[in-house]
Design a protein around this ligand. Sequence first.
Ligand code: ADP
Ligand code: ZN
Ligand code: ZN
Length: 799
Amino acid sequence: MPIAQVIVDVPTSQTNTPYSYGISDQLLDIIQVGMRVLVPFGRRQVVGFVVKLTDNQTFSGKLKNIIAPVDLQPVLNKELLQLARWMAEDTYSFLISCLQTIIPGGMRTKAKKFLTVTDEAVLGDNVDIFQGHAQIEYVAKELDKSQLKRISSLIQQGLVSEHYSLSNHAHQLTQTAIKAAKSEVELTKIQDELPNNAKAQWRLLELLKQGTETILQTEAANHKITGSTIKLAEQKGWLTKIQVAKNRNPFTSAVTKSQPLTLNPEQANAVQTINASIDRGSNQTFLLEGVTGSGKTEVYLQIIANALQQGKTAMLLVPEITLTPQIVGRIRSRFGEQVAMMHSSMSVGERFDEWRRIESGAAKVVVGVRSAVFVPLDNIGVIIMDEEHDSSYKQEENPRYQTRDVAKWRGAYHNCPVVLGSATPSLETRARAGKGVYQRLVLAHRINDQALPEVEIVDMKQEIAGGPDSDLSASLLTAIEMKLQRHEQIILMLNRRGYSSFVLCRNCGFVPKCPNCDISLTYHKDLGQLKCHYCGFTRPMPRKCDQCGSTKLRQLGMGSQKLEETVNRLFPTARVLRMDVDTTRKKGAHERIIKQFSEQQADILVGTQMIAKGLDFPNVTLVGVLNADTGLEFPDFRSSERTFELLTQVAGRAGRADKAGQVIIQTFNPDHYAILLAQTQNYEEFYRTEMKVRHAGKYPPYYFTVKITLSAENEKQVVAQSFAVLNQLQQRLSPNAVILGPTPKVIKRINRRYYYQIIIKYRQEPTLSTTLTELLNQAQQKSKSGIQIGIDNEPMDFM
Ligand code: ADP
Ligand code: ZN
Ligand code: ZN
């Protein structure tokens, strides 16, 4: 009798060792590797993933049986199961959280599964299952073997589809379609006998004669055939009406077809080199280093086209905020319906539909954010990561994976090249390209050799004593004025990294803080509220100081909302749009703002980092950065890199077409190398300078790093545990490993918990992996006493 090895989903007793379960006769041949199943665990029933089927009878004792399958088809194939295993090791996390991360969000835990019949004939043949309903909730326990087998085969034939929903209805969208109920000969005969004035009926018969395929009612409407005509025809028995599934279409607007552009020599070289690698099926990593506006996207499009021509598929990953309609529009206009899209503002249902389209092979090009790296794309020809340096590629929660590493793993599995594109590559990537581990391809010129925009640096220390509106320097004000007169567009960016507007009592200096966290509250003027950005605590904006009772409470710092107000006041005739987390919360809002601005319905776009990347607006000739250096003050080794990146990216938004661009950067650190080198957009010089800093400080890419974070509600407890962990590390690691801490985190208390961290920097530590795995397993025990331990391999920051 076969035994199923199952990784169960039980938060408090996680382990990477599977549990064994028996398979009853009833479920024999139904349970497959990669399916989720319901199993008994202690006194409960839990969901688990079948990772292996074995035949051996080495197991002594009584096995419990699987209760029912959760899936009718495997949700994970061989590749993805293998990937999960590797990821668990690489990120020091449990296999179950990796498996859960790989499947689409909608399938996880609480969602219900529904089955929708897409062909009416199925209802008649399977009354025992569907009882005449086109849609039923799937409850495996209520179905017997023959029923499970039938459903499974109907799904495979495309006659039944699966959907997930958190509510009681799957919201499977359906639409009415019609199908001829008579042969072409019969229809022609009816047509001949029609009275002369029955024109609509004649047109309908003509349409029905065209084929046996179903015709959507909307399509019939295009032929000026109304619902009542169809109803009449149905009564006469000419046709049958059916409901067909309608996939949600995440693409909101139609696109026009575009043709490949004639490449410039640098682009052509890059395309040829990568294509040769695709054709050979060789697993190489390329760094495509190209200044902003050098035509990297066109290179992506042409190598994707080549992969498709070879009968393969392609994946294009983009950072969270860059997934603008612009890049998606460009991809779709080249590849049409073959494109599937995956990003966070899509609904659970939309993402599931796209996932199915990919799994079934209907979609061959996937464009998406971080989580799209896990899509069940088969026969991959090329994997591209645009803006590979972007921090959104690192998942900041468990499992803390780096998308780049997953992409490389899949590239190796599929024997295909991985292309990392950026104007400002991460130091790790650039260093590997320098050593020849990656092949470096350079696009040094902008398309048509446009000059890079001229960048002026304004020292705000000089300005602050100046006018009443010292948020905007005199230079910036003059430049805005001039561009407005010329009807050119302007982008103003506020660097909000770790920066917010808070409230200060001018009488006693009191700043309202969050009661749960170690941080000041942020003022939200539109809501009249103070809000904690870490735990969500809110309170109304006080009229009087909590401490001294004075009414002299003032808002300090600059928010994008305040900047918008200032700009409106100073330039009353200018049309201003704002893009930040508050204005883009609603679905489609992001796209709408971009559309309005690109159609020149506004003169000035005010926003946060969100507007820095990827956008291509030809009429923008001025970019102003209000506060370049807020990121520099961060106590973190990557802060210079982040600042340089951001400034270079945002400067690249200016002067992309024929008009020259101008950039004004306001800063309190005009002499800092990250700012000076962003002025000339000299990445290579920045790379050399920063590498020296990293070398001196023993930071990546010279050293590997691991961050261990401990937290508890009781501070003494977390400190004691941190020292216990330190002790353990010191005993196990070599003297060459640098261990920093334990130290409290920059924000020590969040949501009533205290956070401490230990950083390990090392070059070679053969025992590190086993030491950390042990720690992970101990963490499981300690979590029972309220201590949480998180391990972050190659963290994005040390904060
Ligand atoms: P990047 O992604 O490097 O910032 P883009 O791919 O957005 O650059 O290219 C910038 C602009 O140049 C786009 O408007 C694009 O359509 C155009 N472009 C790219 N390659 C070519 C080419 N070979 N010929 C003409 N125009 C091009
Ligand atoms: Zn006060
Ligand atoms: Zn808080």
